[in-house]
Design a protein around this ligand. Structure first.
Ligand SMILES: NC(=O)c1ccc[n+]([C@@H]2O[C@H](COP(=O)([O-])OP(=O)(O)OC[C@H]3O[C@@H](n4cnc5c(N)ncnc54)[C@H](O)[C@@H]3O)[C@@H](O)[C@H]2O)c1
Length: 355
């Protein structure tokens, strides 16, 4: 691994000025040691609008123009999923540090290449799993770390919407651009948070099933995303998925993701851990215990965060040597392998063993 001279200021370029690109642009601006100097988007209109809104001095349509520039240290990627691995690899090879929005890639083979490239180059590379950074997750992690739950042997984690397909006909709902539907899009958050809380990422076996019951009928549309709609594009991704994941230790996780469903809440995520001494759920963080006289539910007050709750601010803190990367590339690779296995299991009808 290469070692790099530590700097005290970092110039950032954001690639992709769509819905979440705005969060990248705003967030880096919160760190006094970072400046967003350029934004790239194939849509010159979206690029220009973002530059005006966030006061970014330069806009380009071709992101490759930014990779060769010596004055840019960090590339932050907010692109459709099919470009994640390609652009990350190019940026790492150009000597940049990379913040990549989720999911890591559209298959684990590509994801593994990113892990290897970042390691070989001594670059900071992080998948921006923002659920991990929020106050509830950080509080829950500390409660689990104290051993309050005893031996945690099972977990359930989900993100379910009633009508939240990112606009039907956009890249999100076309497999060739997204790689997959709700499993990659929101299942990734629920799974990553759960495995982070368990402190275990490697799975041994996965059984999954996927459904597309709303999107193909033009139902369940949500409002997310800025990219163009192709009304003729097929809806060929999942809008609900479920999986049973057996971790290497023998512990189990049930994952459920739904962009659209006849569920009880419009948009809800929840993670529950089951331990020998107590159970925990979030959000909000609550503990459940059986006592001699019955059951008790305990609300948990927020604990001081382990890292800055803003993932971009944290990324810059890591470059400054003030923090250790909170999301490790190997963890994101393990998550990717599980998500891929859900699709393989759904397609084959079999349990998939993960090496
Ligand atoms: N962390 C989160 O909570 C979160 C939330 C939403 C989206 N995301 C992820 O962020 C990524 C972007 O999602 P989004 O909602 O912003 O999508 P979006 O469609 O709103 O924006 C994507 C942008 O990328 C641009 N683009 C496409 N190809 C390009 C290219 N070759 N060069 C430059 N620009 C190009 C598009 O023009 C568009 O402006 C996705 O991978 C998504 O999964 C993460």
């Amino acid at each position: 691994m290469k070692t790099r001279r530590r700097k005290s200021h970092f110039n950032v370029a954001v690639i992709g000025a769509g819905a979440i690109g705005a969060d990248h642009l705003a967030s880096f601006g919160l760190h006094p040691a970072a400046k967003v100097v350029a934004v790239a988007d194939i849509s010159s209109k979206r690029g220009r609008e973002a530059a005006e809104r966030f006061g970014i001095p330069e806009v380009v349509q071709d992101y490759r123009l930014l990779l060769g520039r010596d004055d840019i240290d960090v590339i932050s990627i907010a692109l459709p999923n099919y470009l994640h691995a390609k652009v990350t690899l190019e940026a790492l090879r150009a000597g940049k540090h990379v913040m990549l929005d989720k999911p890591m890639a559209t298959n684990a083979r590509d994801a593994a290449k990113l892990v290897a490239e970042a390691r070989a180059r001594g670059a900071l590379f992080m998948v921006g799993q923002n659920f991990r950074f929020n106050a509830e997750t950080q509080t829950a992690r500390q409660i689990v770390g104290r051993g309050s739950l005893g031996d945690v042997y099972h977990a359930k984690t989900s993100w379910s919407r009633r009508s939240g397909i990112p606009r039907i006909g956009s890249w999100f709902t076309q497999r060739r651009f997204s790689g997959g539907g709700c499993t990659y899009d929101i299942g990734v958050h629920a799974l990553d948070r759960c495995l982070y809380l368990l402190g275990e990422f490697e799975a041994a076996a996965v059984s999954g099933q996927t459904f597309a019951k709303f999107g193909p009928r033009g139902k369940g549309n949500g409002g997310w995303g800025k990219s163009e709609i192709d009304p003729k594009a097929p809806f060929d991704v999942d809008d609900l998925s479920v999986a049973l994941i057996k971790l290497r230790s023998g512990r189990t996780v049930i994952l459920e993701a739904a962009w659209a469903s006849h569920g009880p809440a419009n948009d809800a995520n929840a993670t529950q851990l089951f331990g020998t001494e107590a159970g925990l759920s979030l959000p909000p963080v609550q503990l459940f215990r059986q006592t001699r006289t019955g059951y008790c539910t305990e609300a948990v007050d927020p604990l001081p965060p382990l890292v800055n709750p803003n993932r971009m601010v944290h990324f810059i803190d890591c470059l400054l040597g003030k923090a250790k990367p909170f999301v490790k590339p190997t963890e994101s690779l393990a998550v990717q392998k599980i998500l891929d296995a859900i699709y393989v299991s759904a397609a084959t009808g079999r349990e998939v063993r993960i090496k």
